[in-house]
Design a protein around this ligand. Sequence first.
Ligand code: MN
Length: 723
Amino acid sequence: MAGFAPRAPRFIDIVEAVRTYQPTADFELLHRAYAFATEKHDGQKRKSGEPYIHHPLCVAKIIAEMRLDAASVCAALLHDVMEDCNVSEEEMKERFGAEIAFLVDGVTKLGRVNFTWREDQQAESFRKMLVAMARDIRVVLVKLADRLDNMRTLEHMKLESQIRIAQETMDIYAPLAGRLGINWIKSELEDLAFKYLFPEQYQELLQKTKRLQKDHERYIADVVKRLQAMLAEGGIRAHVSGRLKHLYSIYRKMRQNNVDFEQVHDVIAFRAIVDTVTQCYAALGIIHSQWIPIPGRFKDFIALPKPNMYQSLHTTVIGPNQRRIEIQIRTHEMHKIAEEGIAAHWKYKEGGSGGVDEKDLARFAWLRQLIEFQQEVSDPAEFIEAVKVDLFSDEVYAFTPKGQIKVFPRGATVIDFAYAIHTEVGHHCAGARVNGAIQPLRYQLQNGDTVEIITNPNQHPSQDWLDFVATGRARSKIRAYLRAEERKRSIKVGRELVERVFHKRNMSFARFLKSGACEKVAKALRYASADEMFAGVGFGKIEAQEVFDAAMADEKAQKELQPSFIEKAARAVASMSRTASGISIDDVDNVVIRFASCCNPLPGDPITGWVTRGRGVTIHRRDCPRAMELDPERRVEVTWSERLKTTRPVALRVITTDRPGILSNVSAAFSEAGVNIQEANCRVAPDGTAINLFHFQVDGAAKLQMLMRKIQSLDGVYSVERA
Ligand code: MN
């Protein structure tokens, strides 16, 4: 390429362009941004050999052509200084303020994301992530302008880079421009990417269209004249133009229909721009009355706008020389939106009133998902502020170690990620390496995180996981797991309860199980299986006694279920060891016993027992508030065994004045009672009282009460209570 000077726009022209649409902009700031970029990029060259500053100038010019605000133009000028010149975000903030620093930082961060790993169905997620990471649509627009200029100068890169960058442009950036409705950027990006991805096809198509250029031009001029005339006759003033479709869209048609260039009919598109919507339909009627429309090719995007809020009437007709031509009919306003898309709404508007039409914006279905209006918006700055917060606020994008992208609702954690990989990975998820650093299960995924799940075969889902998962998938998998576990426990408890009744009545539970009587009883009680029946007992839906009674319903069964001599002997041994645990439980004789940690009952305390699913019987103090909340159906009477010779751990909280010597008096009280303190923690509260916590073992409530009375009577002790 000869000479770069014509390519690089002059800074002063950019300033003048901004002045036409934002006369109140901070031009001093704009100048400073330019001076700083020039200074920082001084001596740097692009791959083409041109001075580096040409690139930011070109990007700024594109931004100014889109009529974006001066802050965006500054960001365009400065967009490479953080990455290429090691300028820190703090320095940017100091020099240019938080807004510009934020925009430049955003563009820099997007530049670091690698979008090269792709699967077709993932491309949309990549696009969304890009917008999500940007957090401000202006960052995306500057990034698009940056990409456009890089594509325009791609010839200077190595072949390998050309293909990678062109592919990324085709997959991510061109469709993104289309999503945002900026058609001219989309078309140009597509043609540039086409050129590098399919060089032969591109050149061939280029040559063919060039050869036919004269013919096309003549034909376009002819059709434009006729269209204008027929519309004028119908009283419609229209601005009519025609153009060859952009190369990639022709190529796409060839591929789609599997035809040659010569067989692609409607390579020329015409556009009639009129004043009103009514005129759009009137013009359509006039055209169809003169030229035969091709059935099935009429599309009404006025009544049904595209998600990016594109509106037009499209029709294909058989025009002069029997050639097929596509005609688009739209109003001036629709045209502006078709060309500029979302940029039309981000444009700076003087006075700050009605900068954005909320109704218009609502038509961006794609963006509507991202933008939840929290308040009525009256000026562009405020609007951008709102968008910054709400863009994709509901979604977060993270990568697998292989670069596959996963989409989650905001707030999703490592566990959600694990279940998105595989149910078993979820069930055994023990943590994760996020961007190389170990993170706990509760870690909330951030956009762009790379997550490697760490599993452990001993790890299993627990109830509290439900508190910090965000996806329905993870939630339902965890619930299913917990339900299955609970069922297993219920079966176990149910069996234990039934077994107890059998033992009490001196019947053989083992034979009940083995003989098949068990299954019969289950059927009789309308359970699908013996397990279901035991689960029913465990859940408390049916009494263990009912099962026993059903088993004894006939005499034959009664005989069969007599215990053997060995069983009787084994049971006698088992019951002896049970008594040694220190608790005799009325009517509950064969289950695991646990002491509740909430009230820590001591031998001698009045107690009650509660049948707990999967945990046997839990012993609470009779006055324990937790126990009061339990299901009274599950309550069983328990008493301490007379023969009990055991100690239980207790803690006492003793509040005293913070005075020397007090602690030794308290210790002495312990020794006098024959109790060894195992652990003592003392701290002084701000109000000057000392809070002492003593841990020790005691063999009964009576001794504890004696000890507490003793301590309470000491001088300087405010209170003594069980902790
Ligand atoms: Mn750049």
